[in-house]
Ligand binder design. Structure first.
Ligand SMILES: Nc1nc2c(ncn2[C@@H]2O[C@H](COP(=O)(O)OP(=O)(O)OP(=O)(O)O)[C@@H](O)[C@H]2O)c(=O)[nH]1
Ligand SMILES: [Zn+2]
Length: 311
């Protein structure tokens, strides 16, 4: 029987079949042995799996996961269990929403850019949703317009909403319809408030853990997928502060700054890192104002962290 993983704790899973039947599932031992050694979790939210329901107690709705489908894409963060290990946050995504704010707290452009690079590396389109519009005065609106213009010019969709007043939430709903969307954002931006607007009746903070998960596991530690009322799925990623760029070689980083792409092939050296090399078309574009200088600063800062990890 085919099912989709809605929740993964690393040792047990909640899976749902196409007919809406939900099972608590465990992974067959053989998978653990075959596990990709660079990944700490062989099965992630959004994975398509093959299950065998346990018929001995039909009311318990337990199942065994016997196979896993190929992933269209996935997004990782570095694993808390080991420096070079990755943890797959979610798989088979159509898009990602990054919830940001201009005020209380201000999301840094560096944070946004790191998220965009990770998503671009995994070929996942991103929508930037700026929340807390109700708090923005002239100064913040001006900043928002500036940031929105920058990311729109690169090709990203940008929205302005207030989870508190509901303004703009309809537009978010439409963008999520019939798609599988990963939702992320740093603490305090109002991600949970926005998700509660999108999924009336869910009340994120009080979701109880049940079944054989037992005590000591907090629902908020694990990514979880929810069905949207108008079709599509939303994946909440609580506690994920940043996504990893662990797999990106230095010379590839600029490819994921989408506006740099057209210039890269014009550089004199084909392994140009766009720092101090002669004949660098990317740097020339920054100097000419064709590439935003803040984005270039993000690029250089990110490049630095990759170098540190490699040596
Ligand atoms: N003024 C205003 N406050 C908001 C809005 N959305 C959320 N908040 C407030 O911002 C705070 C953080 O909201 P949460 O929804 O808990 O934020 P979160 O992003 O889930 O944060 P974590 O739970 O720490 O991950 C709460 O006090 C919310 O009431 C908004 O649109 N306007
Ligand atoms: Zn260059």
């Amino acid at each position: 029987m085919q099912a989709t993983v809605y929740k993964s704790t690393g040792s047990w899973y909640v899976v749902k079949t196409a007919t809406g039947e939900t099972f608590q599932a465990r992974m067959k031992g053989i998978f653990k042995k075959n596990e990709d050694i660079t990944s700490t979790n062989p099965i992630a939210v959004g994975d398509f799996v093959e299950i065998e329901p346990d018929d001995s107690d039909a009311s318990a709705k337990n199942a065994m996961i016997t196979g896993i489908g190929e992933r269209r894409n996935y997004i990782v963060r570095s694993s808390p269990h080991g420096k070079n290990k990755k943890h797959i946050v979610a798989a088979n995504l159509d898009q990602a929403v990054l919830v940001c704010t201009i005020k209380d707290p201000r999301t840094s452009l560096g944070f946004i850019d790191r998220f965009l690079v990770t998503a671009a590396a995994y070929h996942i389109p991103v929508i930037l949703v700026f929340n807390k519009k109700d708090l923005y005065r002239d100064k913040e609106m001006e900043k928002y317009e500036e940031v929105a213009a920058l990311y729109s010019s690169i090709g990203y969709r940008v929205m302005l909403v207030s989870a508190s007043t509901g303004e703009g939430v309809e537009e978010v709903k439409e963008a999520l319809k019939d798609k599988t969307t990963l939702m992320s954002g740093h603490s305090g931006v109002g991600k949970s408030s926005l998700i509660n607007d999108l999924l009336p009746g869910l009340d994120l903070k009080t979701t109880a853990v049940s079944g054989w998960s037992g005590k000591g596991l907090h629902t908020t530690t694990f990514a979880e997928m929810y069905d949207l009322p108008d079709g599509g799925q939303l994946i909440d990623t609580p506690g994920v502060r940043e996504f990893g760029i662990v797999d990106i070689p230095k010379t590839e980083l600029s490819h994921y700054f989408l506006e740099m792409q057209p210039y890269i092939s014009e550089c004199q050296f084909n392994n140009c890192l766009h720092l101090n090399e002669p004949g660098c078309a990317v740097k020339a574009a920054v100097e000419a104002g064709d590439i935003d200088v803040d984005r270039y600063v993000s690029y250089a800062a990110m490049l630095d962290t990759i170098q540190e990890e490699q040596y």
